[in-house]
Structure formats: structure tokens, C-alpha cells
Design a protein around this ligand. Structure first.
Ligand SMILES: Cc1cc2nc3c(=O)[nH]c(=O)nc-3n(C[C@H](O)[C@H](O)[C@H](O)COP(=O)(O)O)c2cc1C
Length: 239
């Protein structure tokens, strides 16, 4: 008998009903869940998440997002091979030294390794892409240094965060990963993307093996400045 735990898969109606979770609870407990069960995720759930993603802002309301929902095992395996190649290199050259000194990083590395090793078993990979050029009635996004660069990436990542929060509320495991896309040319070819559509990140989705819980972050006072950088009022209100 297999000792692999069976996923607790809610019905689609139950999962969608969970979206009324208080926002603050979703935000405080949304974290990278990399170990997931292979059980399928209903298309209605994926589509709902993408609708939520689309509520996010974009530069000039350009709405230049495109989402490729990868469910085909061979396609997932191709992305997984790309992920494995870069992760192995990163692990050997950098991360194992970091993990050797820090147990939290070592735990994360184990989770990443699991994800790399099981990429094609993960039921859904959402590849979030951004389209350059003109869509009818839309302002084109232009990639340039400086502020336009910020507008470019900033026109897809808020949507991805909405997706992650929606997944968290539904209890669906999700994470944000970029490593599978390190070779842009190969990723474009794998996903048959036109030249004006750039893949930005992948969100693997599945019913979690673990559970969501509070995320660990540095204290807000450590990164907050009043009026100008360096004024640490927040750390010492009387000072
Ligand atoms: C731009 C970006 C790229 C990331 N790429 C990867 C990745 O390729 N693989 C991975 O396992 N996690 C990736 N992550 C996830 C981060 O490691 C994770 O968000 C961070 O460790 C915080 O995790 P937590 O929310 O569980 O505390 C990425 C996150 C961001 C924002």
C-alpha cells in the first residue's frame, strides 16, 4: 500500500466559496507552496484565478497580459528540464554554500528541489506573459531603460500577486518561479509564443501537500523611512 498522502481536494464550488476569506488573512499567510499533489485542478478554478489576476493595474491600463495555462505533461516536462538545468547550476555554484549556513535556506532548497524533480506532475503551470505592441484599443507598452522598464514589469507582477492571493484564499498551493524561463529563446519555442509576447514567470498550481501559514518577513520598521531615506522614525517614534 502506498504511504503517499491523498490530496484533500475541495469541490469547485467549495474552492470558489473560499474566496471570501478576509483579505488580511490571505495576505499574511500567502507564501510559496512548492510541494503539491498531482490531482487535477478544475479549469473553472484556473479561469477564476486569471479573472482575479486581470483586476490588477497595468501601465496606462494597457492590459497587455497573456496567460499560457500548461497542463500537457510533455510541455511541463520540457519546462521542468529547463528549470532543472539552471537550478542544478545555481545549487552547485552558489546556493549550497548559502544553505550550509542557514537552515531556513536549506529547507527552501529542499522544497525547490522537490518542485524541480516533480515539475511535470504539477497539475497546472500558469505562464504569465506580457505583450509588447499594439492590441486594438490599447496603448502599447514600450521597453526602455528607467521608468518604462518599471512600467513594463509592473504591468504583469501585480496580476501575478492577485493570482497568488486568490490561490491562497482557495487553499490551492502556488508559488512564483522564474528559473524555468532562464533561456528566453527556448521558452518562447516551447510555448510557441510570438516575438512580441514575453514570458515573465511561471505559477505552478496544485492542491498542497503542506499547509499555508504565516510568512516570515523582516520587521516593517527596518525597511521604512519617513520623508527621506535614513530617517528611521518608524523604529524610534520619539527620536
Ligand atoms: C521574481 C521572483 C522570482 C522567483 N523565482 C523563483 C524560482 O525560480 N524558484 C523558486 O522556487 N522560487 C522562486 N521565487 C519564490 C521566492 O523564493 C519566494 O517568494 C521567497 O522565498 C519567499 O517565500 P515565502 O513567501 O514562502 O516566505 C521567486 C520569487 C520572485 C518574487
Amino acid at each position: 500500500m502506498s504511504d503517499t498522502p491523498v490530496a484533500v481536494v475541495p469541490s469547485t464550488e467549495e474552492a470558489l466559496a473560499r474566496l471570501d476569506m478576509p483579505l488580511v488573512d490571505a495576505m499574511m499567510t500567502q507564501r510559496a507552496i512548492r510541494r503539491v499533489h498531482p490531482d487535477p485542478v478544475d479549469d473553472a478554478i484556473v479561469l477564476k484565478l486569471l479573472e482575479l489576476a486581470q483586476r490588477a493595474p497595468t501601465g496606462q491600463n494597457g492590459q497587455q497580459w497573456e496567460f499560457v495555462v500548461v497542463q500537457d505533461r510533455a510541455a511541463k516536462a520540457r519546462l521542468g528540464r529547463s528549470y532543472r538545468r539552471i537550478w542544478n547550476l545555481y545549487w552547485r555554484t552558489v546556493y549550497r554554500h548559502v544553505a550550509a549556513k542557514d537552515p531556513a535556506k536549506a529547507r527552501m532548497a529542499k522544497a525547490v528541489q522537490w518542485q524541480v524533480d516533480h515539475f511535470e506532475e504539477i497539475p497546472v503551470l500558469v505562464v504569465a506573459c506580457i505583450r509588447l505592441g499594439v492590441r486594438e484599443g490599447r496603448v502599447p507598452l514600450v521597453r526602455m531603460p528607467h521608468i518604462a522598464e518599471s512600467g513594463y514589469w509592473g504591468s504583469i507582477y501585480p496580476a501575478v500577486q492577485n493570482l497568488l492571493l486568490g490561490a491562497r484564499a482557495m487553499g490551492l498551493g502556488a508559488s512564483l518561479v522564474t528559473m524555468p524561463l532562464w533561456n528566453l529563446t527556448a521558452a518562447r519555442r516551447m510555448l510557441e509564443l510570438p516575438v512580441d509576447v514575453t514570458p515573465v514567470c511561471v505559477v505552478p498550481l496544485g492542491w498542497p501537500k503542506g499547509r499555508y501559514g504565516p510568512s516570515a518577513r523582516i520587521p516593517v520598521g527596518d525597511v521604512t523611512h519617513r520623508d527621506a531615506y535614513g530617517n528611521r522614525y518608524w523604529l524610534d517614534p520619539g527620536g
